[in-house]
Design a protein around this ligand. Structure first.
Ligand code: NDP
Length: 293
C-alpha cells in the first residue's frame, strides 16, 4: 500500500483563488481593499524570501501590500513606533512582523504591540486566548493550513484520535486547539513525552511540528493514518545545495500511512494562502462586514 500524497500546492492555489474573488467583491461592493503590512528587521536570507513571497501573493490577490524593511540595528523603540503607526493606519488591516527578530529585540514586546484586530499571525495572547475559549479569533496561518488539509481529506474530524507533536505557540498549540474545536480527541506530545513512538502510533491523524528531520519513522505510524508534516528542515546533500525535508521519514511513512503531506509542497504553500485569508477577515471585521468563511 502507498499513501495518498496530499497536494498542498493545489489546495493553496484554490484558497488563493477564493481570496482573490472575495477581494474583488469587497472592492466593488464596498470599496474595501484589504491591506497587509509586513515588517522585516535585518537581512536573514530565509526571512527575506518569505517576506518577498508574502508581498507577491498579497498583490496577486488584489490586496495592498506595505513592505517595511528595517536594518538589523533598528532599536526596539523604533520598531514599536512603526507598529504603532501601522496600528493607526486605516489602510492597513493586517500586520505581520517576520520572526525571528534580532536578539536585541524582545519578540513578546513586538507581539504585544500589535493591535489584536490586525494580528494576522495570530500570536497575540488575546487571539490565542480567544481561540482556546472558542471565540472568533485570528489564528496562526500554518495551523489553519493543517486544518484545511485535514478537513479536505476527512470531512469531519469528530472522534478521531489526533496527536500533535510539538507545542509551540506558532504551530503545535493552535493546531491542537483547532482540532479540539473540530471534536477530535487531541494529545499534544513534546520533548518530554515518554514513549513518543507509542503515542504517535495511536493517532488516526498525526501532526508533526518539531523541526527534526525525519524524526518520525514509518513504524511510529498507525497503518492508514493521515500524516500532516509541518517540519521544514534543510539537510546537506552531496552537491552542497542541501534539500528540504520534513519531520517525518517520508519514504518509510508513505508505505504505512493512508495519506501524507510531502515536504516541500504540503503544508508550506497553505501558510501564505491563510495569511491572505486572515487579512481579508481582519479587513471585513474592521469595516463591520460579516467575516467570510
Ligand atoms: P519550535 O522549535 O518552536 O517547537 C518545536 C516543538 O517540538 C517544541 O514544542 C519541542 O518540545 C518539540 N520537540 C523538539 N524535539 C522533540 C523531540 N525529540 N521529541 C518530541 N518533541 C520535540 O518549532 P515551530 O513549532 O516553530 O516549528 C516546527 C517545525 O515546523 C519547524 O521545522 C519549522 O521550520 C516548521 N514550520 C513550518 C511552517 C510552514 O510550513 N510554513 C511554519 C512554521 C514552522 P518542547 O516544547 O518540549 O521543547
Amino acid at each position: 500500500m502507498s499513501a495518498r500524497t496530499i497536494d498542498g500546492k493545489a489546495a493553496a492555489e484554490a484558497v488563493r483563488a477564493a481570496v482573490a474573488a472575495e477581494v474583488a467583491r469587497l472592492s466593488s461592493a464596498h470599496g474595501l481593499v484589504p491591506g497587509l503590512a509586513v515588517v522585516l528587521v535585518g537581512d536573514d536570507p530565509a526571512s527575506a524570501v518569505y517576506v518577498r513571497g508574502k508581498g507577491k501573493a498579497t498583490i496577486a490577490a488584489g490586496m495592498r501590500s506595505f513592505e517595511h524593511r528595517l536594518p538589523a540595528e533598528t532599536t526596539q523603540d523604533a520598531l514599536l513606533a512603526l507598529i504603532a503607526r501601522l496600528n493607526a493606519d486605516p489602510a492597513v488591516h493586517g500586520i505581520l512582523v517576520q520572526l525571528p527578530v534580532p536578539k536585541h529585540i524582545d519578540p513578546l514586546a513586538v507581539i504585544l504591540a500589535i493591535d489584536p484586530a490586525k494580528d494576522v499571525d495570530g500570536l497575540h495572547p488575546m487571539n490565542s486566548g480567544r481561540l482556546a475559549s472558542g471565540l472568533p479569533a485570528l489564528v496562526p496561518c500554518t495551523p489553519l493550513g493543517c486544518l484545511h488539509l485535514a478537513k479536505s481529506l476527512h470531512g469531519s474530524l469528530a472522534g478521531l484520535d489526533a496527536v500533535v507533536v510539538g507545542r509551540s505557540n506558532l504551530v503545535g498549540k493552535p493546531v491542537a486547539q483547532l482540532l479540539l474545536a473540530e471534536n477530535a480527541t487531541v494529545t499534544i506530545a513534546h520533548s518530554r513525552t515518554r514513549d513518543l513512538r507509542a503515542v504517535c502510533r495511536r493517532a488516526d491523524l498525526l501532526v508533526a511540528a518539531v523541526g527534526k528531520p525525519g524524526m518520525i519513522r514509518g513504524d511510529w505510524i498507525k497503518p492508514g493514518a493521515t500524516v500532516i508534516d509541518v517540519g521544514i528542515n534543510r539537510v546537506p546533500t552531496a552537491d552542497g545545495k542541501g534539500r528540504l525535508v520534513g519531520d517525518v521519514a517520508f519514504d518509510e511513512a508513505v508505505a504505512v500511512a493512508g495519506a501524507i503531506t510531502p515536504v516541500p509542497g504540503g503544508v508550506g504553500p497553505t501558510t501564505i494562502a491563510f495569511l491572505l485569508v486572515n487579512t481579508v477577515r481582519a479587513a471585513c471585521a474592521a469595516a463591520g462586514l460579516p467575516t467570510p468563511k
